[in-house]
Design a protein around this ligand. Structure first.
Ligand code: R2B
Ligand code: URA
Length: 285
C-alpha cells in the first residue's frame, strides 16, 4: 500500500490499523453482501463457501477480518459478507470504512448488496422486495444529511441494472413472491414506522396512520426498513452499484408485532439469502 493513497492509517469503526498485511486481506473482492446481523453474515459466508468453493461446513470456519467488535467482515472467494448494525447512522460508518479499505486493496469493480428484513405494506409476509428507490420517512425520495450546519440532499435511486440482474437470476418456480419497488428507511422501529407497540404512546390514531400508509403505498413503496436511503445515497456518490434485497416479516396493514414462528422466520431469512446466492452463483460459476 502506498502512503499517497490515504490520509488515514487507522480505521476507528473497525479498530484496524492500515498496513500491507491488513489491506491485503481485502483484495480480490467483487460482491459485498451487507446484513444487519453478524451471525447472519457468518451463515451466508458458510453457504457461499459450500456453493462456490465446495467446502463442507465442518471444514470451514469463517474468520472475522475486523479486529474490532462493532462490525464483522467474512471473506469467501470474491465475496465479502459484512454486518452493518441497525439504522442509517450505523450503516453509513460501515459503508465509508469498508469502501476505504476495498479501494486501498485495489478493488475497482464492486457491487454492494444489502440483504435485509423489513415490514411489508399490503404484501404477504415472506415476500422479497428488491428496491428501486429509497424514500425518507417524509416521503421524499432522497437522503438528507446535515454537513457543517447545512442540510444537503442526495439522490437515493438504487442501481437498476444490478436489481434487474438479480431478478433475472431467480428461477421461474421461486416459491415466494418477488417485487421490484420502492422502500422507506425509517428512523426507528416503533413510531418511526407508525407502530403502536412502542414504550411511548403515539399521538396519532389508526385513521391518521392509515392515511400515512396510503400515501406511502401511492408512491410504490412496498416496505419499511432502516438503511436503504444511506446505502443508495452513499453508493451513488461513490459510484458503486448498489441495491437492497429485503424479506418482509409481516404485513404492516395487519400487524405491528412480528408474530411469525421461529421456523417461519428462519425460512424468511433463508429466502433472502437464496435470492442473493442465486445472483452471485449466476455471475461467478
Ligand atoms: C430491518 O430490520 C432491522 C430492524 O429490526 C433494521 O436494521 C432493518 O432495516
Ligand atoms: N425490520 C423493520 O425495520 N421493520 C419491520 O417491521 C420488520 C423488520
Amino acid at each position: 500500500m502506498s502512503a499517497h493513497k490515504t490520509h488515514n492509517n487507522y480505521l476507528y469503526s473497525v479498530d484496524m490499523l492500515l498496513n500491507d498485511e491488513t489491506v491485503k486481506l481485502f483484495q480480490g473482492i467483487k460482491y459485498v453482501c451487507m446484513q444487519g446481523s453478524s451471525d447472519r453474515s457468518k451463515v451466508l459466508t458458510r453457504k457461499l463457501a459450500k456453493l462456490i468453493l465446495g467446502i463442507e461446513d465442518e471444514f470451514f470456519t469463517p474468520r472475522n477480518l475486523f479486529p474490532g467488535t462493532r462490525f464483522t467482515a467474512y471473506k469467501v472467494a470474491n465475496v465479502l459478507c459484512v454486518s452493518h448494525g441497525m439504522g442509517t447512522v450505523s450503516i453509513h460508518s460501515l459503508l465509508d470504512t469498508i469502501t476505504q479499505l476495498l479501494r486501498l486493496a485495489d478493488n475497482s469493480d464492486l457491487e454492494y448488496i444489502r440483504i435485509g428484513t423489513s415490514g411489508g405494506l399490503n404484501i404477504a409476509a415472506g415476500s422479497i422486495v428488491i428496491t428501486d428507490t429509497a424514500f425518507m420517512p417524509n416521503l421524499v425520495a432522497n437522503y438528507k444529511m446535515n454537513i457543517l450546519g447545512y442540510d444537503k440532499v442526495f439522490p437515493t435511486q438504487m442501481d437498476i441494472a444490478l436489481s434487474k440482474r438479480i431478478l433475472a437470476a431467480q428461477p421461474p418456480d421461486t416459491p415466494f413472491k418477488l417485487y421490484f419497488g420502492n422502500s422507506i428507511a425509517a428512523d426507528d422501529f416503533y413510531m418511526g414506522q407508525a407502530r403502536f407497540d412502542g414504550v411511548i404512546k403515539p399521538k396519532y390514531d389508526l385513521a391518521k396512520r392509515q392515511k400515512y400508509f396510503e400515501q406511502i403505498m401511492a408512491r410504490g413503496i412496498y416496505n419499511f426498513e432502516m438503511e436503504s436511503t444511506v446505502l443508495a445515497a452513499f453508493c451513488n456518490r461513490a459510484s458503486i452499484p448498489a441495491t437492497m434485497i429485503a424479506v418482509t416479516l409481516l404485513d404492516r396493514l395487519r400487524d405491528d408485532q412480528v408474530t411469525a414462528s421461529a421456523e417461519e422466520l428462519a425460512d424468511y431469512a433463508n429466502r433472502v439469502h437464496t435470492v442473493a446466492i442465486n445472483y452471485i452463483l449466476d455471475q461467478v460459476l
